[in-house]
Structures are given as C-alpha cells and as structure tokens.
Design a protein around this ligand. Sequence first.
Ligand code: TXA
Ligand code: MG
Length: 369
Amino acid sequence: MQFLSIEDDNAVRIAAEALSAGLLVAFPTETVYGLGADVFNPKALAAVFAAKGRPRFDPLIVHIADPAALERIARLSLLERASRERAAALMARFWPGPLTLILPRGGEVPDLATSGLPTVAVRFPAHPGAQRLIRLSTGAIAAPSANPFGRLSPTRAEHVREGLGDRVDIILDGGPAEVGVESTVLDLCTDPPRILRPGGISRERIEEIAGSLAAESCGAGSLLSVPAASPGMLKSHYAPRTLLSVHSREEMLALDYRPGEGILFFDGTSRDAWFATQKMPVPPPVPPAVSSVRGMPLSPGAAPQAKPETIPVYRVFSEGGDLSEAAAKLFELLHDFDGLGLSRIRAELAPDTGLGAAINDRLRRAQGV
Ligand code: TXA
Ligand code: MG
C-alpha cells in the first residue's frame, strides 16, 4: 500500500491511473474518506466489497466530478416531470456537496454497483482533490466509506490505514474531513422524495429547494422493493468496539461518574453543568494513561494522564454548541475514544434540528441494539 498526499499532483495522477487499471484508491472527500474503484470495472467493484467485508446487497455511491458524467450513470428521462425538476434544482443548489441522489440507473452501470437495483446513487463531492482524481480517472468512481463494514467511518487517512491497511492499493491523505458525517442520501424516485440517510445537507435545507419531503426518513413506499430501502440504514452500522450509550442532556446530568467510562458532551454548558452536579472542578480533557491507539500516536495535545481513575475522561463535540463543528468532530472523537480501552462511552445527543439529525442518527447507530 502506498500512502501519498492528495496535494501532490503527481500522486493524484498515479492514483487516477491505478483506478483506471482496476486498483483500489482511498481518497478524502468533504464528508468522510471513500474507498474508490472504477465503476465500469466489475472486478474492481468486487474488490471493494471484499476489502470492506461488505455484503453485496448494499449498493455503492457513484462519484462524479462533472455534470456531463451523469448521462452515463443515470437516466433522468425516466423520472416524472416534477421529480426531474426537483433533481435539476437540487443539483444546481447542492452540487458539488454532501448530497447523494437516488436516480434511475443508466445502462452502463454494472449490477454490482447498484446491487441489482433499478436505481443508482450519485454524488458530486466538493473536495477539489477528489474532483481532480475523478476527472483524471474514468470520470465515475464508486466509493463507499473507507472503513471495514459496520465500523466507524474514517475522517482521516490514518483511520483508513488502521482499518483497511494493505487491502487498499493507495491511500491519498488530505487531512481531516471538513463535514465529518456522510452525505445525505435522498431518494428522488419517490414522490415526495424521501431521505434514506440523514447527512451533511439537512432536511430543512433540502425542503427549501425541493418542497416537503416524506415525513418518515425511511420506510415503505419506495420504488425500491427491497427489505431495507437503503441498506446502509441497518440498525448497527457505525459501531465503535467500545460499548456506547446515548443520552439526552437531562439523562446526562443525572448520571454519576463511573471510573473507566468516557463521556462525550454535546457542548460546554452540558459539561460544566455535569461537573457541577459531581461537585468537581472541570479538569482539562485528558485521556487515561495510554500513549498510543493500536500503535498509532494519539492526537497532539492528548498527553497521557497520571491518575485516570479519579478524573473523568471526557470530550466536548462543540464548546459553543455549533452543529457543523460537532459533526466534523463526531467520528474523530469516537475513533479516539474507541482506542482508549474505556469500559463504556456515554454520548450526549445533539439538538435534533439541521445537522443534529445526522449526528444523532450516527450516535444511535453506534449504540447498536
Ligand atoms: O459521504 C458519503 O456519502 C461517503 C463518501 C465517501 O462519499 N460515502 C458513503 O458511502 O457513505 P457508503 O457506501 O458508506 O454509503 C452509501 C449509502 C448506503 O447506505 C447505501 O445503502 C446507500 O447509500 N445506497 C447506495 N445506492 C443506493 C440505491 N440505489 N438505493 C438506495 N440506497 C442506496
Ligand atoms: Mg459507510
């Protein structure tokens, strides 16, 4: 496996050639890192499913970096007029960006990419390096998140290296992902459209452009008569290894600290209120006495702590309660906490509006059953 920088034009060229030759390239997007393969190459697609240990009934998102590429991937003409107009308006407003659209599938897309569905998921990522890579390759790259199936999504190249290692041919490093949660998946083959996965573009923002969406995020009535309309909606899908439970702010404030547990507060006021109930001064947010996470150094500033058992291990998603900042830190903090050998992670839910819906969706899934 080669570990290269996406800032390096030569590296991007090498990676694009690798994709065109059927190899697997992990690359940054604005949401999370993707595990890319040429969508027109079924062998390469099979390698993606194998590398992730992902069941083949869970279809992939096709990434494009040029609106013209859409013609090869999807057949917008099969949509009703209202849906077609919505699609055009949403693309104009949110592409490039963290919105994936479910559209009628184009004839060139292999069955493996869509798991045999009559629809295809398409997204135009905003990351300039990702766009360069896609344009230099075949122009359409299938890319699930670059994590082993069912595990936390990667928001750093190091997460990809740790999770997939030599199962990837090239990892392009672009630093931490800006958005931090995956794209919103919106099914435009239903009327009204339906959110299959909350993500980087909130329901409220989509409704401003496309009108009311189906009230339920996922359920019956989709054009797709498959058991789960979006298989990524499987209950436990973003699981850390450590037991995790989610709590409202009220529940959080009623909890007593138990040594060995780690606490993730949504904002600074929750943290301060909780420490006040424990009658403790707020300590600096240091982890317990471990200096590495499975051989990887902890993030800078995370120095080992002498007496972990007496000082609660905690982090704050966003000091000021900013949902974008909390989303950007979500998987990062879960990855970090997961490496600390904690007995349990307790996480506070975000307010349920805007990006908070995506944050809470991922936290609830991390909780599993
Ligand atoms: O932000 C993202 O979307 C990231 C980056 C890498 O672009 N990608 C990502 O891919 O999250 P993945 O494979 O982890 O999630 C794709 C989701 C899954 O829930 C899958 O079931 C759904 O999209 N999906 C793909 N094709 C679909 C289709 N034709 N119909 C319904 N759902 C589909
Ligand atoms: Mg995923």
